[in-house]
Design a protein around this ligand. Structure first.
Ligand SMILES: Nc1ncnc2c1ncn2[C@@H]1O[C@H](COP(=O)(O)OP(=O)(O)OP(=O)(O)O)[C@@H](O)[C@H]1O
Ligand SMILES: [Mg+2]
Length: 353
């Protein structure tokens, strides 16, 4: 660009418990962190993925921007959960035009909603003389309208609506630059949703969003020990003095029950993948975890033991230049797990400038 500044685009991750924003610049292989912000949302602002309080979300977006000098007026955001359907489908070989003309018809079979109620997108992921592999993604239109409204109310324009699990994958790709032999499972544990994405190199083999997350651990503590939400959150984060007279030994088995559910759902996802593909050879080498829910003490080790796989923490800033005079490294490493999706969205924003 000869004159003026390039338009900046921020990644905006509207989670059910908090809003995260990241702005990057540079090129896809040499990105710099420009700004980053994070603020919690009040309880019940987002229920079942639906924004119930548009004003609250738009106020928090504005507050994150003003408190963290995020000046971008355009944002890339993501959706996840039940309203999003992602499928890898195998079609006969065909031209771009033939695919474009027939995609609705092929997609209809795989999407449990009326096609007139969803936004549909697709991408050819592999082509051989025998077959065309196509990744289709559909999201309920009402969900997209809902998030767009909140963003517009905050005075920003939503230029791309991505899918959280692909933003997570984008974050992994820019930071780890995997080759085709690497098969990992990306696992983002949020407050209410867990995104699982089995990735080979830069290709997504299978994705599944599961409605289990960090809030399940909090719920169990609340119900079983008769605590308030705040008390249960504090106990979960290891501040057991938060509740007088609480027996330390009563916590562990409760947490372990939920961890078992999390591990079982991941195992089920692996089984679903095997059952729905002809692939009997691909072996997942490790799990890379992210999301606030992954910060639960001992969770990574516990999942690793239960699933018999190495579990590592995904570093969303591994390959991004960070000016430590501007961003406190301790703070950054503290909030790193929560920022993975927002970094992936922000990186997409850089591609669009
Ligand atoms: N130190 C910690 N120990 C255990 N849990 C934690 C810790 N820090 C944050 N969490 C949990 O992480 C969750 C929030 O994570 P995150 O910000 O990734 O979710 P979200 O994006 O708001 O939700 P979702 O993506 O499910 O809509 C909450 O359940 C919170 O209790
Ligand atoms: Mg999230």
């Amino acid at each position: 660009m000869l004159f003026g500044k390039k338009k900046s685009v921020a990644g905006l991750d509207v989670g059910s418990s908090s809003i995260k924003m990241v702005e990057l610049d540079g090129k896809v292989n040499s990105l710099n962190l420009v700004s980053l912000g994070y603020e919690n949302l009040p309880d019940n602002t987002i229920v079942d993925g639906q924004i119930m309080e548009l004003n609250v979300v738009s106020d928090v977006i504005q507050s994150v921007c003003s408190n963290h000098q995020i000046n971008a007026n355009q944002v890339v955001t993501g959706v996840s959960g039940h309203s999003v359907i992602i499928k890898n489908i195998v079609l006969p070989p065909m031209s771009q035009e033939e695919l474009e003309e027939s995609i609705d018809w092929h997609a209809e079979e795989h999407i449990p909603y009326d096609l007139s109620d969803v936004n549909l997108d697709y991408q050819v992921t592999a082509e051989t003389p025998e077959a065309t592999q196509v990744l289709i993604a559909a999201c309920k239109r009402e969900r997209i309208d809902n998030i767009k409204q909140a963003i517009q109310l905050a005075g920003k324009s939503p230029i791309v609506i991505d899918v959280d699990t692909f933003a997570l994958q984008n974050c992994y790709e820019i930071n780890y630059q995997p080759d085709a032999s690497q098969v990992v499972t990306l696992l983002n544990i949020g407050a209410s949703t867990m995104n699982v994405n089995i990735v080979q190199g830069t290709r997504s083999l299978f994705t599944r969003d599961i409605t289990v997350g960090g809030s399940q651990f909090t719920d169990v503590l609340q119900r079983s020990l008769g605590l308030s939400f705040q008390q249960a959150e504090a106990v979960k984060r290891g501040v057991s003095e938060a509740v007088e007279g609480l027996e330390e030994k009563s916590i562990e088995p409760l947490m372990s029950n939920v961890t078992e559910i999390v591990a079982m759902e991941i195992q089920k996802t692996f089984d679903f993948y095997r059952a729905t593909s002809e692939d009997n050879e691909t072996v997942v080498q490790k799990i890379l975890i992210s999301g606030g829910g992954s910060k639960l003490a001992g969770l990574a080790e516990d999942l690793s033991a239960r699933l018999e796989l190495p579990v590592e923490v995904l570093d969303p800033f591994r390959n991004i230049k960070v000016d430590t005079r501007k961003f406190d490294p301790d703070y950054l490493s503290e909030i790193m797990p929560e920022m993975a999706v927002a970094v992936g969205l922000a990186a997409r924003g850089v591609e669009l400038r």
